[in-house]
Write a protein that binds this ligand. Structure first.
Ligand code: AMP
Ligand code: MG
Length: 422
């Protein structure tokens, strides 16, 4: 079963003092790969940021409310604040209460105050009747002097002090990944500077002599570098601003010097290409020569078999397959959970459990497969035309991806599938 691995072979010839764990070059399952990487994840300290810049960051403290919310009994309507027991009679309007200006007068029998949404309920009042439900006084006058309730029934239309949150209560737990929904919560409790976990610094590097940058027209035998940019965009969605190091030609010394520079300046390095079985796939050997222990470089996943994870000297390296779909999926499936864990966030990707709208098949079932799918109006799931791991156009129409476990070759029409949105 033990096959001579070209990298192992090269290592023995060129780099003497490297401890090789025999299993590091054996194909492992995706679940094992995920576990190995996640076990290595570390956090990178805590910093204080303004709540305005906190989206995408993970809270390192729990946030408590500094006051009751709402802070006072507040009108939920534009209308008249009065006593419920007076609703059957006409009432004298004694004050106009604006939002932001406290009332001066109390409500007593037969009186009411005109009140605006968000204003303080005056003492003595237990109900606000909507302006639309009232008649009386001089109807055209901007302020009526007398009103009468003509609606059928009314609620109190009062938001009571502390009904949403009491002073001292936790409004956001430590470990929350902050997004736009949390910003108004931080604002309302006055937490303008908050402690969050530092983001790891991430470097991105492409390998391949065949690559040119997207702004260039590829010459014969060349193609445009798409991986680096899709990876930067995927990580950008997580709030990670990557440093891009360019394209390393398939030359051992060039690869070493570019990887070395990127490793020096970053906590995590994400590479694409150069890790499979080709004559010029130097990445694993180069990493090991730089003191990175390669934990695995083959994962039983389709697409994405040539996937590498290594660590050493407080650095972490993911080597993603050169084919763009493979590298897109592996970043989603393996790198993203790792980076989230480095941000102290225990990420559970959302999954939609839906029925297959058609029978789906695959030829081999010795690896866990992930297939791009679309969801129709009825919520049924269909396969997307997919020519293989270089077919980036298949992602354009995909709503998500579904896993097909090892040993399973057929999904029947009507069977439940777990769609992971992209
Ligand atoms: P490799 O993993 O280096 O053997 O590359 C596998 C395939 O992916 C080859 O067809 C490469 O040309 C292609 N490829 C590698 N890197 C990139 C990249 N950055 N952008 C687009 N395609 C790539
Ligand atoms: Mg290559």
């Amino acid at each position: 079963m033990e096959k001579i691995d070209p990298v192992f072979f090269m290592e023995r010839k060129k780099v003497k003092k490297i401890t090789l764990v025999p299993n590091s070059f054996v194909m492992i399952t995706f679940e094992e790969a995920l576990k190995i990487s996640l076990n290595q994840a570390v956090t990178f300290g805590i910093e204080s940021v303004s709540f305005e810049e906190a989206t995408g960051r993970v809270l390192a403290e729990s946030i408590k409310s500094d006051m009751d919310i709402p802070p006072f009994n507040k009108s939920a309507m534009d209308g008249y604040a009065c006593r419920r027991q007076d609703l059957a009679h006409s009432m004298q309007v004694i004050e106009v209460i604006r939002a932001g200006i406290p009332p001066v007068k109390s409500i007593s029998e037969g009186t009411c105050s005109q009140i605006m949404t968000g204003a303080i309920i005056p003492d003595g009042a237990d109900t606000v009747v909507k302006v639309e439900d009232c008649t009386g006084g001089e109807a055209d006058a901007p302020i009526r002097n007398k009103i009468r309730f003509v609606g059928e029934k009314t609620g109190a239309n009062i938001c009571y002090r502390g009904e949403d949150m009491k002073a001292g209560e936790v409004v956001l737990e430590a470990g929350t990944l902050l997004d736009s929904r949390h910003v108004p919560i931080l604002a309302t409790v006055g937490s303008v500077f908050i402690k969050v976990y530092r983001l790891p610094s991430v470097g991105v590097l492409s390998t391949g002599t065949e690559l040119v940058e997207p702004g260039e027209t590829p010459g014969l035998s060349k193609i445009r570098n798409t991986n680096a940019y899709q990876m930067i965009a995927q990580l950008g969605k997580m709030g990670i601003d990557c440093d891009y190091y360019g394209i390393a030609a398939d030359d051992e010394d060039i690869t070493r010097s570019m990887i070395s520079e990127a490793l020096e300046n970053n906590d995590i390095l994400i590479l694409s290409g150069g890790i499979s079985m080709g004559e010029f796939d130097f990445v694993p050997a180069v990493l090991q020569s730089l003191g990175i222990y390669v934990a695995y470089k083959q994962v039983a996943i389709q697409p994405g078999k040539p996937t590498l994870f290594g660590t050493g000297q407080n650095k972490f390296v993911f080597g993603l397959p050169g084919n763009p779909i493979s590298s897109y999926f592996i970043l989603e499936l393996l790198v993203k959970p790792f980076i989230y864990k480095c941000m102290a966030y225990d990420w559970n990707p959302p999954v939609l459990r839906l029925r297959a709208g058609e029978r789906m098949t695959r030829k081999k079932s010795n690896r866990l497969a992930w297939m791009p799918v679309r969801i129709d109006q009825e919520g049924l799931v269909y396969q997307i035309e997919y020519h293989g791991s270089a077919h980036i156009f298949s992602l354009r129409d995909a709503d998500g991806i579904i896993p097909v476990p090892i040993g399973k070759a057929i999904i029947e029409e009507g069977e439940f599938v777990d769609v992971r949105p992209l």
